[in-house]
Design a protein around this ligand. Structure first.
Ligand code: S3P
Length: 166
């Protein structure tokens, strides 16, 4: 079984992926973490500022390719994967893709609480533009959509597992 979580930054992909992996006894793979390990930088922000977004996207694509043979995993993706159809083609093979759907305001609240802002969250206006451009892509690639709203992590994980078993 391969579960792939997609959604905008701040939608809780990694936290939910960790919970689902624990419940189903699957391995958690965080694409951002793997991308970071295969770079010579300390943070994703550093890759963006020192090497540029294009370099990050190349690393991200290679990570997706490297992970294509994985099974019994929950993969938490970076929010930008849906911008690359070739990457999504690879990720979507033999997997259940779940979109964690979060409103812009909830996402913004979460990001505002972070000390270190994600590189593509420069200001609310450009973040909203990005959000609006990507929202239809998340929907298009999703096999399942879960509205996260005010739900707790456990509730989201249970809803996902429940829907998969139906
Ligand atoms: C990105 C989201 C980040 C990370 C990178 C680019 C994006 O991941 O991959 O900063 O384009 O939305 P999260 O969605 O886990 O924050």
């Amino acid at each position: 079984m391969k579960i792939v979580l997609i959604g905008f930054m701040g939608s809780g992909k990694t936290t939910v992926a960790r919970r689902v992996a624990a419940k189903l006894n699957l391995r958690l793979i965080d694409m951002d973490e793997v991308a970071l390990q295969s770079s010579n930088r300390k943070t994703i922000n550093e890759i963006f500022s020192l090497d540029g977004e294009r370099k990050f996207r190349r690393i991200e694509f290679r990570v997706a390719k490297d992970l294509s043979g994985e099974d019994n995993v929950v993969i938490s993706t970076g929010g930008g994967v849906v911008m690359n159809p070739r990457l999504m083609n690879i990720l979507n093979k033999n997997s259940i893709t779940v979109y964690l759907k979060t409103s812009f305001d909830t996402m913004k609240q979460r990001v505002d609480q972070k000390k270190i802002k994600p590189p593509l969250f420069k200001d609310a206006l450009s973040a909203r533009k990005l959000f609006e451009a990507r929202a239809p892509l998340y929907e298009r690639y999703a096999d399942m959509i879960i509205e996260t709203g005010e739900k707790q992590v456990d509730e989201i994980a249970e809803e996902m597992i429940d829907k998969m078993q139906r």
